[in-house]
Design a protein around this ligand. Structure first.
Ligand code: GLN
Length: 544
């Protein structure tokens, strides 16, 4: 039995989605972590998919992958980038996982003689899951973020389980995130918050704290109203303003002393100061306006949906803060690079760096290959991620090794040169959910390559999500033509990283792994940092 008692933070959202609940959750966790407490976040998503691996990025944004291969919602990226920790599957609860569990148990006969009900069975399942995380991770605090908004059908039973936990565990706190619109400057409307709060109270929950997303700083009157009509002390109503960078939010909340009510309810040391110095320095680097700006193109398929590539965007922010430059990021639609008129307009020449991200399916592939060819021939720094690595290999095979019709078996089953082919272990698989090569795998790095210098380690571990790989039959041919195979999976020789010979083609590195997923504000992805350095060099050589 653990000696200390569990401490929980529960966060629900109200009124509408998209208020930044994940960023609030991550910011509060960070402020606790900066005081030396260990916090493990848990996110509940009400959908009935077991995980979001089968969802289209158009609809759901990026699929984030954890070390253990769990495919999760984008918010996990926010947690990890803020907290600089790696989470596992136990932090992700979905409606699908819960029902799958309950039904498996029922079929096994675990509830023999009983009718299986939302309350108590499902609620107990949730409670023991959350408590289990607190115990097994030996965390000081577990923070639970409820996806969606209060009043949604699909999270009602989950909120009831949290109500019970809150009742049973006195060292816990309920936080309601809300939105306070302004009809015109100075005219703040608190009614939506009052209604949302009433809805929460009708479920038996009186939040201890209300955090307000807002169009302008809350007036004293608005705060008083929220306090009076929502049963929350005036000092426990907080501003969650629009910030220049999301990484600034912990600092903004710290200034308002948001720690105090949390410390009080969770029985933490109220006098402990947060060590914000290093974090603040990085945030200042991001915000500084007196720096050079590199221009980066991300050539992708979902460029209209920014959330589809959020980890890449964040990794660029981390690496540019590290290199003290700013980034202008352009999303280039790959299909447009298949049309010579549109390509001319896009003019890739103006970029200091080009990225081809991960992706599936044939659309836009030739446009991406054109971008890579352009980068290689014009020595524009290139970074390829997963599909972006496979396409770098295809481009090289076609235009340097002379294999004119080389392709991936994913796009052309009959290609004479399948330089990218399906992973042998993938051939028999027919089910789509959770069946790719997923999660963290090691790579051995070749000495003195760009990758080796970047990591300064011989064995690294990065996260994967793919079905195809470089066909080992072609490795010799590539190496004879001076493509550098700088990272290989130690067991079955899967090519993990390739590089152009720097002298011939400039900076070009591509990884089978999604290295963007492990980039954190305090620990940027090493190859992104090298890419940023190369982009910076190109910028300064151009302005000479
Ligand atoms: N479609 C490719 C594969 O499955 C690349 C996947 C990706 O970029 N995540 O191997």
């Amino acid at each position: 039995m653990p000696k200390k008692s569990p401490k929980y933070i529960f966060i629900t959202g109200s009124i509408m989605s998209g208020l930044g609940k994940g960023i609030l959750a991550a910011s509060l966790s960070k402020l606790l972590q900066m005081r030396g407490y260990s916090v493990i976040p848990i996110k509940f998503d009400g959908y009935l998919n077991v995980d979001c691996g089968t969802m289209n990025p158009f609809r759901h944004g990026e699929v984030f992958v954890l070390d253990d291969g769990t495919e999760v919602d984008m918010d996990f990226g926010t947690y990890e980038r803020f907290l600089n920790i790696s989470l596992d599957t136990s932090s992700s609860i979905t409606g699908g996982k819960l029902f799958q569990k309950i039904i498996t148990k029922e079929r096994r006969g675990d509830y023999l003689g009983r009718d299986v009900q939302f309350i108590p069975h499902l609620a107990n399942e949730i409670k023991s899951w959350i408590r289990g995380v607190w115990e097994s991770k030996d965390a000081d605090i577990v923070l639970v973020e409820v996806g969606g908004t209060v009043g949604d059908f699909e999270n009602g039973y989950f909120i009831e389980a949290l109500r019970q936990m809150y009742y049973e565990n006195p060292e816990s706190i309920f936080i309601q995130l809300t939105y306070v619109p302004s009809l015109s400057p100075g005219e703040q409307k608190t009614k939506p918050t009052q209604h949302a709060n009433r809805l929460l109270q009708s479920m038996g929950i009186k939040p201890d704290m209300i955090v307000c997303r807002e169009d302008e700083k809350l007036s004293k009157e608005a705060k008083e109203k929220i306090s009076m009509y929502c049963n929350v002390p005036f000092e426990n109503v907080f501003d969650d303003p629009l910030v220049d960078t999301v990484y600034e939010l912990p600092l903004v909340l710290e200034k308002q002393n948001i720690y105090l009510p949390i410390a009080e309810k969770l029985k933490l040391d109220k006098h402990k100061d947060a060590n914000v110095k290093d974090w603040k320095k990085i945030v200042d680097n991001i915000k500084s306006s007196s720096k050079d700006l590199v221009r980066i193109a991300v050539v992708g398929k979902y460029t209209a949906v920014k959330d589809a590539y959020v980890s890449i965007k964040e990794a660029l922010i981390h690496s540019s803060a590290d290199q003290k430059v700013g980034v202008i990021l352009d999303w280039v639609e790959a299909a447009d690079l298949e049309d010579s008129e549109k390509s001319k307009k896009i003019n890739l020449e103006k970029y200091d760096g080009i990225i081809v991200p991960g992706g599936f399916g044939k659309r836009g592939i030739e446009g991406k290959i054109n971008a890579i060819k352009f980068a290689r021939e014009n020595k524009i720094p290139y970074l390829g991620l997963c599909l972006g690595m496979q396409l770098m290999v295809i481009e090289y095979a076609r235009n340097v090794c002379g294999l004119k019709n080389a392709n991936s078996a994913e796009f052309d089953k009959n290609t004479p040169d399948p330089v990218i082919y399906i992973l042998p272990e993938q051939m028999q698989i027919t089910e789509k959910g959770g069946t790719m090569r997923l999660g963290a795998y090691d790579a051995d790095l070749k000495k003195d390559t760009v990758s080796h210098k970047a990591y300064n380690e011989r064995v690294i571990s990065e996260r994967h999500r793919h079905r195809y790989e470089v066909n080992p039959d072609y490795i010799r041919k590539f190496e004879e033509n001076s493509l550098v195979i700088s990272g290989v999976h130690p067991k079955n020789n899967i090519v993990e990283i390739v590089e152009w010979s720097k002298d011939k083609f400039g900076f070009g590195v591509a990884t089978q792994a999604h290295i963007e997923l492990k980039s954190r504000l305090e620990k940027p992805a090493p190859i992104f940092v090298e890419f940023m350095k190369a982009a910076k060099e190109r910028l300064s050589s151009r302005s000479l």
